[in-house]
Design a protein around this ligand. Sequence first.
Ligand SMILES: Cc1cc2nc3c(=O)[nH]c(=O)nc-3n(C[C@H](O)[C@H](O)[C@H](O)COP(=O)(O)OP(=O)(O)OC[C@H]3O[C@@H](n4cnc5c(N)ncnc54)[C@H](O)[C@@H]3O)c2cc1C
Length: 396
Amino acid sequence: MNHVPVAIIGAGPAGLTLAHLLHLQGIESVVFESRTRQAVEETVRAGILEQGTLNLMRETGVGERMEREADHDEAIDIAINGENIRIPLTELTGHKVAIYPQHEYLKDFIAKRISDGGELLFETTVDSVENYQGDGPATITYTDADGTTHQLSADYVVAADGSSSPSRSLVTADGGIRARHEYPYAWFGILVEAPKTQKELIYATHPEGFALISTRTDTVQRYYLQCDPEDTPDMWPDDRIWEQLHLRADSPGITVSEGKIFDKAVLRFRSAVTEPMQKGRLFLAGDAAHTVPPTGAKGLNLAVADVSVLAPGLTRAIKRNDTGLLDDYSKLAVPRIWKAQHFSFWMSSMLHAVPGEDHFATQRRFAELRSVLDSEAGQRYLAEQYVGRDLPRFDY
Ligand SMILES: Cc1cc2nc3c(=O)[nH]c(=O)nc-3n(C[C@H](O)[C@H](O)[C@H](O)COP(=O)(O)OP(=O)(O)OC[C@H]3O[C@@H](n4cnc5c(N)ncnc54)[C@H](O)[C@@H]3O)c2cc1C
């Protein structure tokens, strides 16, 4: 059986970032990814990178294209029933966010992994992880693109395999916790060939629900509308989409720009946190451990924060036989996750209409938002949470 110091399941933001950070410390890893490279590089998901994530890209030599192509935003708008209020993020916090799609982030890390000679196995699915609790190495069983099954031993295994991770139940067996929250709404997302409505994002709320006017490039935009979780794309013909986008997000001087819609999808909302995030030599990172609703734009950034603890932890354990930081991984990662969870929940509840909500509930929601936005301290709090905190930093 071949042996590797670190086996990583999943070539999403968590897995690829971790493999890169370990490589910079001279630690070898194998990344398993069940999808094709093309599928990974073309799936449209997150789009907002916090300052900490941007800094990590720059400082570790993966930021060149992002510097050239990302849209760096210094503000967001929040529209309450047609009244637009600007939050000057940079003025309030000193930080910016960048609009740089997740699949572009992944393209950059995949290219870097390949040019660094890293082992990145596409169309290769991990079937099981065993022996992760003893003193010896863990055993990974996996199936390659030809359908052949193999085994590999690894000193440490990181499950960065997304929200359906089977490894999660291994970690939570015998006393772990999986805390969840379901929301009575979802997002209907479209991609549209249109010019930008404006440079900055608009988070809009209206008695009929939420809309997000976000950007992708000069010619392609991403819009979301609050919808019922059971809705399907055929329930949203183009006319209905435009009528609802204008109703919810237009404000004096701002009209949502229209164009050809070329992608429609329903995005379910849920919150979940797994505690602890480790057992023996097996560690969970990113969506495998936690899911946040997209309102706070925290998912990708939390995945990067997790591996910012794991990378130095694994490096110390492998190079110096010092497992202190690795042993503390959950303790260090979980408080940040709950803060992001709270922010995403809070923003979601202020901006979305609960189905059947009455006049009292709508106006109370609007009043909560206005109370935050009318106050400089309130705006600063929201801005600080939105741009995110610096990533955890530990010596290697
Ligand atoms: C529509 C949408 C919009 C979003 N918007 C934002 C946003 O604006 N900002 C933000 O920060 N977050 C956002 N998110 C969340 C963000 O996309 C996720 O949090 C992020 O992808 C998590 O990264 P990850 O590496 O943990 O998992 P994933 O990206 O899910 O990667 C896991 C990988 O593991 C692979 N895999 C699974 N099982 C196996 C197996 N057995 N063997 C091998 N490989 C396996 C999968 O194919 C996948 O490629 C959004 C999500 C969606 C869906």
